[in-house]
Design a protein around this ligand. Structure first.
Ligand code: PMP
Length: 295
């Protein structure tokens, strides 16, 4: 499917309770979400036909909407079922899924209480990969754009509006030959990459920024749990950019990205892969569908 524009593909998208042919899932240009970013979304993966941590993603989607002052007219159970139905209808087993909830086009005032809320769920094939190439690691620039203060934006919401800064950061990094950007927060502390959380390793211990103004990712929490189960000390703390040169290893986590080694952040080179590789393997084992105990 490479090269086919995303809106020209075949398949089915769940839209407000119905399965609609992929190419027909349209919204009007006067959609509130398009003008004012009244939109929240999720990103989750299915492995072997099962959607990993589906309930957590569905609950976060509802919570993200509440933080933007709107309610998704479906329960977490209903969203779970809609996600499973979307996967099945498209005959997908290993896939990426994108639920998105947004205010519609009944009116365009900023006050939006009377604007209906829509929910759509798309899924497409996007196999994860483990291998030598991935171990090479990605290169990040330090972004000029900063994560806003909690008083400026609802940081715990996976809100479309917050991704404006991410696209600007990523473009600026790409123009300078980097793959992605490491973002600082409003205080100048290390925060996260444009779509993934960050971890560092020094002397066999794991350090990660405290998520007090950026998304506390589901993968982030999973990896912290796995690492602690494996006996590693994990510390959530303030990490300043001038510490970057001290770390032996660095990796990113996210539902789409999974666990990805970082080779460089703006001239600071991370050569080690030992713990990173262990976390990649532990995560890829963790996401496999759980066999029933009786089997
Ligand atoms: N930060 C940002 C900005 C993201 O977009 C994502 C991806 N959802 C993450 C972190 C990682 O979150 P998760 O592990 O829940 O996918």
């Amino acid at each position: 499917m490479a090269g086919v524009p995303l809106d020209q593909r075949d398949g089915w998208i769940w839209f407000d309770g119905e399965m609609i042919p992929w190419k027909d899932t349209k919204v009007h240009v006067l959609t509130h979400a398009l003008h004012y970013a009244s939109s929240v979304f999720e990103g989750q993966r299915a492995y072997g036909g099962e959607i990993y941590k589906l309930r957590e993603h569905s609950e976060r989607l509802r919570r993200s909407a509440e933080l933007l002052d709107f309610e998704i007219p479906y329960s977490a159970e209903e969203i779970d079922q809609a996600c499973r139905d979307t996967l099945a209808k498209n005959n997908l087993v290993d896939a990426y899924m994108r639920p998105v909830a947004f205010r519609g086009s009944a009116e365009l005032g900023l006050g939006a209480h009377n604007n209906p809320v829509h929910l759509a769920i798309a899924a497409w094939e996007w196999p994860s990969f483990l291998g030598a190439d991935k171990l090479k690691g990605t290169r990040l620039a330090l972004s000029e754009w900063r994560r806003p203060a909690p008083t400026s934006a609802p940081f715990a919401s996976k809100a479309a509006g917050l991704y404006m800064i991410c696209t600007l950061s990523k473009h600026a990094a790409e123009e300078r030959g980097f793959a992605d950007a490491m973002m600082l927060d409003y205080r100048g502390q290390i925060a996260e990459a444009t779509g993934a959380n960050v971890f560092f390793i020094k002397d066999g211990e794991i350090h990660t920024p405290t998520p007090d103004c950026f998304l506390d990712g589901i993968t982030r929490r999973t990896v912290i749990g796995l690492a602690r189960d494996m006996g590693y000390k994990v510390t959530e703390r303030v990490i300043m950019p001038d510490e970057l040169g001290d770390f032996d290893e660095c990796f990113l986590t996210g539902s789409a990205a999974e666990v990805v080694p970082v080779a460089e952040i703006e001239g600071n080179i991370f050569e080690g892969r030992e713990i990173c590789k262990k976390m990649m393997e532990a995560y890829s084992a963790e996401v496999q569908p759980k066999k029933e105990a009786a089997e």
